[in-house]
Ligand binder design. Structure first.
Ligand code: PLP
Length: 330
């Protein structure tokens, strides 16, 4: 895989560690659990969007943009990190925030909302749940152009073929680290939302012929919807790279841990967040990694993995939202 062909900015000057989770492994009594610390990636408070932004922002700079525009939910890690990248590159940044849960936007809310202000966002537009976000971002782009600026639109979650390259690169990193550690990884488990993470990992692990399956734990959509979306996005990134698209059967999505809906707390999320905190000293978030970890914990308890298998959980970040949702977790 020849990733150096693509323009890239570098926001993390190291490979994120892979660590054993001995206490959690012992507590659950199933497979050997490992964690890939993508919560330690660069930019403001880290997380998976940083890897995608390395390729997306490089593309924006090549195209002469001076303003990044993106969208997300009201507590979006992706919006925080896009803004962080803009600040670092000397660009402006405008956000479109979708109130997916009615009444969930509060101008004075904590968590990421507070950080948008701290990082000096150049404009926030709040829209109702279900609003076509591409159109809303185009409207903001037209405003930027009218003011003489050059906008660059990054899709929700940074999940297009360019952004997903970040997780193809992560797949390469995992294989190299597994070799250096002398640990054969048998399964990778990650959250599956806008899909750049899941599809990039899947494409990279498939193209390198690793045979390592990826289980995506949905945080929003039902299985059929998410499988089709991941397969399509994997196809787009595979085409960009000139490698084989993973077969549809290789797309595994578990949708049993979403609960009532995106960002709404569940009992299993609460338990998983507490388990990771109290057994491993790791901070998960209520919206993504907490639900993905609930899936991991349940699958281990159900014996879905062999007792001697090495299962790698991808920590995609998100801890700033703990401060917003704290009452729902503890
Ligand atoms: C966005 C996000 C995810 C989901 O990643 P996608 O690539 O959008 O599927 C997982 N965890 C955290 C913390 C996120 O912010």
């Amino acid at each position: 895989m020849h990733l150096a062909r693509f323009a890239r900015r570098r926001y993390t000057p190291f490979a994120t560690p892979i660590e054993r989770m001995d206490h959690l492994t012992e507590h659950l009594g199933g497979a050997n659990l490992w964690i890939k610390r993508d919560d330690l990636l660069g930019l403001a408070a880290g997380g998976n969007k940083t890897r995608k932004l390395e390729f997306l922002v490089a593309d924006a700079l090549e195209k002469g943009a001076d303003t990044l525009i993106t969208c997300g939910a009201v507590q979006s890690n992706h919006c925080r990190l896009t803004l962080g990248a803009a600040v670092k590159e000397g660009l402006k940044c405008r956000l479109v925030l979708e109130e997916r849960v009615p009444g969930s936007y509060a101008a004075d809310a904590s968590g990421n909302n507070f950080l948008y202000k701290l990082l000096g966002v150049h404009g926030v537009t709040v829209v109702e749940g279900g609003t076509p976000l591409v159109d809303a971002m185009e409207t903001v782009a037209a405003e930027v152009r009218a003011e003489g600026g050059t906008p660059y639109i990054i899709p929700g979650g940074g999940s297009n073929a360019i952004g997903s390259l970040g997780y193809v690169s992560c797949a390469m990193e995992i294989l190299q680290q597994s070799f250096e550690l002398g640990v054969e990884i048998h399964h990778v488990v990650c959250a599956s939302g806008s899909g750049g993470t899941h599809s990039g990992l899947l494409t990279g692990l498939h193209a390198s012929n690793s045979g390592i399956p990826v289980t995506g734990v949905s945080v929003r959509h039902p299985e059929a919807h998410q499988v089709a979306h991941i397969h399509k996005l994997a196809g787009a990134v595979a085409d960009k790279l000139g490698v084989a698209t993973p077969p549809a059967e290789a797309v595994t999505v578990l949708d049993a841990y979403v609960g009532e809906g995106y960002s709404l707390p569940t009992e299993s999320m609460r338990e998983a967040v507490q388990l990771f905190a109290r057994h491993e000293g790791l901070l998960l978030d209520p919206v993504y990694t907490g639900k993905a970890a609930a899936g991991l914990v349940d699958q281990v308890r159900k014996g879905a993995f062999g007792k001697d298998d090495n299962v790698l959980f991808l920590h995609t970040g998100g801890a700033p939202t703990l401060f917003h949702y704290r009452g729902d977790v503890l």
